[in-house]
Design a protein around this ligand. Structure first.
Ligand SMILES: Cc1cc2nc3c(=O)[nH]c(=O)nc-3n(C[C@H](O)[C@H](O)[C@H](O)COP(=O)(O)OP(=O)(O)OC[C@H]3O[C@@H](n4cnc5c(N)ncnc54)[C@H](O)[C@@H]3O)c2cc1C
Ligand SMILES: *[C@@H]1O[C@H](CO)[C@@H](O)[C@H](O)[C@H]1NC(C)=O
Ligand SMILES: *[C@@H]1O[C@H](CO)[C@@H](O)[C@H](O)[C@H]1NC(C)=O
Ligand SMILES: *[C@@H]1O[C@H](CO)[C@@H](O)[C@H](O)[C@H]1NC(C)=O
Length: 444
């Protein structure tokens, strides 16, 4: 077995968070003989599957066409697993149609230039609203509501995210190795004298101790360590409504449609449910909490943290988000967007954004025994089949060369206003959740 120079196999590992990053890591630990004697515990605040976690939803897009070659390569490996032996029954290769109008047309043009280089095999260029309407089975195509430029990549697809997570949990359970604990972690077990972390304290005061703690709490990670200037949680709107079997049959095998100009997208409906969402800049939810790394309970920090249907069962997304989703649906399938058929469920799903969209998969620079695996930045799910193996490589000090710069702990904290972002977002910028809620009330 390839062993590394200075890596001591931990006798116990605690993973905080049972989402894509945490569960995939638990699976990798189970499969790797080096950890045969390691006890593995996964703790999540929700019972599985965690319905407000970002990894649990009706669908996630699976596309490997990243501008950055390392992600493109890793995503291609992941996609091949989706196609073959990783929850293949939950993967649907219906294609992805990117459209744009206005300035974003340039992006489509640039991507298309790449396409010319790769060869046009599974790509179809769409240069009129009619073309887009035909390929996507849209309800109307006479105007340019869905943009006038685009292309469809037949090699992309989508996965039933919840189905795939349940599939993976079942695979992990087969090893009978992982102790799954359902309880909120209140604080990591810091030793501020020695600068170590040796597990976590739960909200009932009990402790889970481990040689190695892997923090994979997604958008909640910022409540357990200080991630200011490194990660920020942004809320994205998702809307659902029921559709009939005939309506579903007509579009279920059509491509995912993503409008780059406003970042709204529709994944083909399944099981009677239609979903519209926005890959946007998102809402911030500034929250003042006790400083997670301080001994002084009076010391606080303010960070954006998730606000979800679990914390507020009556949560309805801001009117602005609902309107945007409805307008998008109206522009592609007007008959499904009539006032008599409102969205019946809405949700805010939280991204863990980093300044440039790179993941954060690294040891904490200060605390021995603490490893961080988060920063999904709205594109982590597709890697579910492989991300755990990558995380273990990093744990073992074998971070792939091409990700060393990208996944490391940043040298400095950069104010969020100065972040470049990953360049893929659209829609309104700088929205604060509470303000949007207030505006929504005044409109009722
Ligand atoms: C609306 C939306 C659309 C997306 N679309 C795509 C897409 O099309 N393609 C794609 O590849 N990716 C997509 N993503 C991104 C992808 O879903 C995420 O990158 C990925 O799921 C992140 O996984 P995670 O394990 O980091 O976080 P999560 O899945 O959120 O897992 C974190 C877990 O930690 C638990 N937790 C938090 N705090 C505590 C605590 N104190 N104690 C115990 N447990 C705790 C939570 O309950 C949760 O289960 C999308 C995300 C969203 C929100
Ligand atoms: C696990 O423990 C057994 C019994 O102590 C030992 O023989 C074996 O070498 C250990 N395996 C690993 C991978 O450390
Ligand atoms: C189309 O998809 C294939 C495979 O999923 C990918 O390798 C390729 O880069 C994509 N091309 C474009 C231009 O989207
Ligand atoms: C795509 O976004 C642009 C810009 O907001 C808009 O003009 C166009 O109508 C949108 N198309 C769809 C289908 O929503």
């Amino acid at each position: 077995m390839a062993s590394t120079t200075s890596f001591d196999v931990p006798s116990s590992v605690l993973i905080v968070g049972s989402g894509a990053f945490g569960l995939s890591t638990a699976w990798a630990l189970c499969r790797n003989p080096q950890y045969r004697n390691t006890s593995i515990t996964v703790v999540d605040r929700n019972s599985f599957p965690s319905t407000d976690g970002s990894s649990v939803d009706s669908s996630r897009i699976i596309r490997p066409d990243y501008a950055a070659a390392p992600y493109a390569r890793l995503a291609t490996i992941a996609q091949n697993r989706w196609r073959t032996d990783f929850a293949p029954e939950h993967y649907h290769e219906t294609g992805l149609c990117l459209t744009a109008s206005g300035p974003e047309q340039r992006y489509v043009g640039d991507s298309l230039a790449n396409v010319q280089n790769i060869g046009l095999d599974k790509i179809e260029v769409l240069d009129s609203a009619q073309d887009i309407g035909r390929v996507c089975g849209l309800g109307r195509s006479e105007d340019d509501a869905c943009g006038s430029t685009g292309y469809v990549n037949r090699s992309s697809g989508w996965a039933d995210a919840e189905g795939a997570m349940v599939w993976l949990r079942n695979e992990v359970d087969k090893f009978n190795r992982v102790d799954f604990v359902v309880a909120p972690v209140k604080k990591l077990l810091f030793d501020f004298e020695k600068n170590t972390v040796s597990g976590a304290t739960l909200s009932d005061g009990s402790e889970l101790r481990a040689d190695l703690t892997i923090l994979a709490a997604g958008a909640w990670s910022a409540s357990l360590i200080d991630l200011r200037g490194i990660c920020k949680s942004t809320g994205q709107v998702v809307c659902y409504k029921p559709i009939s079997a005939e309506e579903e049959a007509a579009i279920a095998s059509r491509p995912v449609i993503l409008n780059l100009s406003n970042a709204l997208f529709m994944i083909p409906p399944s099981r009677g449910k239609l979903k519209i969402a926005r890959h946007g800049h998102g809402y911030l939810n500034p929250t003042t909490i006790p400083h997670p790394e301080s001994q002084d309970p009076k010391e606080t920090i303010t960070v954006s943290l998730p606000y979800t249907h679990v914390t507020d069962p009556n949560l309805i997304i801001p009117a602005e988000g609902r309107r945007a989703c409805n307008a998008f649906l109206h522009s592609i399938h007007p008959s499904l967007a009539v006032p008599s058929r409102p969205f019946t469920t809405t949700r805010i799903c939280w991204y863990t954004d980093t300044r440039d969209g790179d993941f954060l998969i690294t040891y904490h620079p200060k605390y021995k025994g603490l490893f961080v695996a988060t920063g999904g930045s709205g594109h982590g799910f597709k890697f579910l089949p492989v991300i755990g193996d990558s995380i273990l490589e990093c744990v073992e000090g074998r971070t792939p060369e091409e990700f060393k710069e990208r996944w490391r702990w940043p040298e400095e904290r950069v104010p969020e206003e100065l972040w470049a972002g990953d360049g893929s977002r659209g829609g309104p910028v700088g929205m604060i959740l509470e303000e949007e809620f207030r505006k929504s009330e005044s409109k009722l």
